[in-house]
Design a protein around this ligand. Structure first.
Ligand code: NAD
Length: 386
């Protein structure tokens, strides 16, 4: 069986998630399209790289990502670093002929994303952007039902992504609150996941009417390091600096097929943790999903007899997308790790077969355009067409 040598850049939250997926993918998807070989890890310095490589099972390490990108043994470059680094790394990796999986959001803005897309197309390498929530089996089941026409023509999409880890004003000003590093706040960090699901399930987004808001204007400065999200130490006495990204986005969406939708994303909704939801109404039924209950898809079919109509819950298992490869009993428990394992499988398969894979840099670029339009719409207080 072929071996695919992985070079991973970044050993934080996503470094952990991707390493787990490379190790576990052949355990779930067997025979695997190829066995990922955790070859080299790059971090910001040698010490962190050595520690991360040991922890995540990589053979070699470097404190300079360029050495990883240029290394002849590396087949795949995995970009798991903050958003402002994605473009430079991806363009260099494409020029070195490496296949690329890049964390979301693809870039700081559409202009950067376009340069990345041009680079991978010019190089002819396989490219993927890591919107993994669409790999949740219940979300893939919703896709199957929509494609089968089970809920008819789609009329409405209502998506939310609500978290509360940034609701405390003493939570540190990590990279996620700096425009130069993150590009945007809740919009790029979590809103983009919902935009990916909306495009995946409903269709292309062609107009937006949006409001962005920053609720907590200043935060205590974090001195470098990984973003620990909700687990961050609260820096009550540290000097503060200005937050220049949004805490919240609310937008109307118009789809090319005539459907209308909404998206609300915030990291300041106390009591909500990873409340990524969508409800989709068609002219023959409805679907509802909540990531906090990710084994479940709620379905309503209008053709059910009138005396037993109502939302019912399907627990995903072996009968559903990816189910045969996961666990043998429905509702035994799908986690974040499984979404990354499935994403890894789809990516490795595309590399080995020489095909394209979704979501690609095309999707990442389009979502960057939609995000730019959302920002423009909020500034101009009007609909913006794409
Ligand atoms: N798909 C998802 O669900 C999901 C979830 C979280 C984060 N992300 C995305 O993943 C990316 C990384 O986020 P994270 O949560 O892992 O961040 P993190 O802060 O936990 O880790 C980032 C790591 O990158 C390292 N790094 C920074 N610059 C580097 C450089 N030039 N060279 C080598 N290493 C460098 C840092 O030292 C740190 O260890 C971001 O783009 C983020 O938006 C995606």
């Amino acid at each position: 069986m072929e071996q695919l040598n992985i070079g991973m850049i970044g050993g934080g939250f996503m470094g952990k998630a991707h390493s787990l997926a490379y190790a576990a993918m052949p355990m779930f998807f067997w025979p695997a399209p190829a066995v990922p070989n955790r070859k080299m890890l790059a971090e910001i310095d040698e010490d962190l790289a050595r520690e991360s490589a040991l922890r995540f099972g990589f053979e070699k390490y470097t404190g300079d990502w360029r050495k990883l990108v240029e290394h002849p043994d590396i087949h795949v470059v995995d970009i798991a670093t903050p958003n402002n680094t994605h473009a430079e790394i991806a363009i260099a990796a494409a020029e070195a002929g490496k296949h690329i999986i890049c964390e979301k959001p693809l870039a700081l803005d559409a202009e950067e994303a376009e340069r990345m897309l041009e680079a991978v197309e010019r190089a002819g390498v396989v490219h993927m952007v890591a919107f993994n929530y669409r790999r949740t089996p219940a979300v893939a089941l919703a896709k199957k039902f929509i494609e089968e026409g089970a809920i008819g023509n789609i009329l409405n999409f209502r998506g939310t992504y609500l978290q509360d880890w940034s609701a405390d004003p003493n939570g540190p000003l990590s990279w996620r609150f700096q425009k130069a590093v993150a590009g945007s706040g809740a919009l790029g960090d979590i809103g983009t996941h919902v935009l990916d699901i909306a495009r995946y399930l409903v269709g292309e987004i062609v107009a937006v009417n949006s409001v962005l808001r920053t609720i907590i204007g200043k935060r205590p400065i974090q001195q470098g390091g990984q973003d620990k999200l909700g687990a961050s130490q609260k820096l009550v006495d540290a000097p503060k600096a200005t937050v220049d990204v949004d805490d919240e986005v609310i937008t109307s969406l118009r789809f090319s097929n005539g459907a209308l939708g909404t998206l609300e994303a915030t990291r300041n909704a106390y009591g909500r943790n990873n409340f990524l939801t969508f409800e989709i109404d068609g002219d023959h039924g409805s679907l509802y999903f909540n990531y906090e209950r990710r084994d479940e898809l709620q379905v309503f079919f209008a053709d059910d007899p009138a005396d037993r109509r109502g939302f019912r819950t399907i627990y995903t298992g072996p009968a559903h997308p990816y189910g045969e490869n996961l666990w043998p009993i429905p509702a035994i428990g799908i986690g974040y790790g499984e979404t990354k394992i499935i994403e890894c499988y789809e990516f490795v398969k595309a590399v080995i077969e020489g095909t394209t894979v979704s979501p690609s840099f095309h999707d990442g670029h389009r979502i960057a355009q939609i995000c730019d339009a959302i920002v423009e719409s909020s500034e101009k207080q009007t609909w913006v067409d794409l």
